[in-house]
Ligand binder design. Structure first.
Ligand code: HSE
Length: 402
């Protein structure tokens, strides 16, 4: 029998314990032996929990217990999750996590310690909640050079946009519902300002390139500036607006990544991804396009990925699966000048002024009174900034995907 611990008894931790308890025989069958949760670490008290004897506030109980071989870190945040994870890996225990902030920040070091100690650091739940994407990328797509990744990587923002569009809910009400359903981060700014999606595209970019892509280098915009007028224009253009995490891997080894709201044509599979669902499209040089779809947030979907990692860790005790990326020798960030996007722009200026600023552009009919709305040809950042600087006002500027 393998012994495990769970660090953090919040939304995901509760789900992990629930699945481990409810699906004992399924877990045992998959792992080849039963997995027994011996400790749950949390600073709070849970006096009414039926297994209250499992709870501890002392991390050393887990670290110093030689029976524990796998630990689920579902506490979130960087500290003390980083120090705990490092100590556990160094002591020869495998760690699995849903903590994208930790993986995106300290993944290079933690994965290297896991490799050195011949244990595993798995993080399937850190991107796309319950969607299998890390393992397929590492295993099934490993024969490919990845060319491009584009995904809806944040359930909260996708849920908010969808509720605004389909039910006319206000931004605040939709966010509050996402929080009640356990989708949103403790600080929802991480969701709505795009930082959560940014960490996820950084993880996928690092995994795909084999080199650490620093999320601090990824231009990131959230959805807080998107209005219902923008949504209506998108509809007129046969598009929807989604928060997209995008990465393109250049032949010179550089990586262009970005997180931003984008207009997506309704014919694109990403356009039909609604509510808390996430989807990730990956283009490989041999396989072509593949797409992963499913619940991107929520207690049980995320816990499902964490428990699968625990099972895999038990199956691979004393055998590191060598998932890793390395610190690059130099800067591998591609400039925003390396990528062109068409832009949807709204301005208070006349159509004539728009034509003078942007040579080729397509106007949207039935614009809101006293404004012009148009879509540019694909432009670099400098080119669009140059055009915009010739206008006297800009109401919205949203990239067009594809
Ligand atoms: N807040 C995150 C989301 C949770 O909404 O996608 C899952 O990572």
């Amino acid at each position: 029998m393998a012994k495990a611990a769970i660090m953090g008894f919040g939304t995901v931790g509760g789900g992990v314990y629930g699945i481990m308890d409810d699906s004992r025989s399924r877990v045992s069958l998959s792992a080849g032996e039963p997995i027994d949760v011996k400790y749950i670490l949390d600073i709070r008290d849970f006096p009414d929990h039926p297994r209250k004897e499992l709870f501890t506030k002392d991390f050393n109980d887990i670290l110093n217990d030689g029976e524990i071989t796998v630990v689920a870190e579902v506490m979130g945040g960087l500290h003390p999750a980083y120090e705990f994870t490092r100590a556990l890996l160094e002591s020869g225990k495998s760690v699995v996590t849903s903590n994208k902030e930790l993986v995106a920040t300290y993944g290079t070091e933690l994965l290297s310690i896991a490799r050195e100690k011949n244990v595993n650091y798995f993080f399937e739940a850190s991107v796309g909640g319950g969607i299998p994407v890390i393992r397929p990328m590492h295993q099934c797509l490993t024969a490919n050079n990845i060319i491009k990744i584009a995904g809806i990587l944040n359930g909260t923002t996708n849920y908010i946009l969808n509720e605004m569009i389909t039910k006319g809910k206000s931004f605040e009400d939709a966010l509050s519902d996402a929080q009640k359903m356990g989708y949103a981060e403790r600080n929802p700014a991480a969701d709505i300002e795009g930082h959560d999606a940014c960490r996820k595209i950084a993880i996928l970019s690092s995994l795909a390139s084999g080199k650490f892509v620093d999320y601090n280098d990824i231009p990131t915009e959230g959805i807080t500036e998107i209005t219902l007028d923008d949504v209506h224009y998108a509809t007129q253009l046969g598009c929807v607006i989604k928060l997209i995490g995008y990465a393109r891997f250049l032949e010179n080894g550089r990586v262009f990544s970005i997180v931003a709201p984008m207009l997506i044509d309704k014919s694109c599979p990403l356009a039909g991804v609604n509510g808390v669902m996430n989807a990730i499209m990956i283009t490989g040089d041999s396989v072509g396009d593949v797409m992963f779809y499913g619940a991107g947030a929520g207690q049980l979907p995320t816990a499902s990925a964490v428990v699968a990692d625990m099972i895999d860790a038990v199956k691979h005790t004393e055998r590191s699966k060598k998932i890793f990326w390395e610190k690059p020798d130099g800067d591998i960030t591609a400039s925003e000048e390396d990528e062109k996007f068409a832009y949807f722009i709204r301005t208070g200026d006349s159509a004539e002024a728009v034509r003078a600023a942007f040579k080729d552009c397509r106007f949207v009919e039935n614009a809101v009174a006293e404004e012009s709305a148009f879509v540019t040809r694909p432009l670099t950042k400098t080119e669009v900034n140059d055009g915009v600087s010739r206008l006297s006002s800009v109401i919205s500027r949203i990239r067009v995907f594809g």
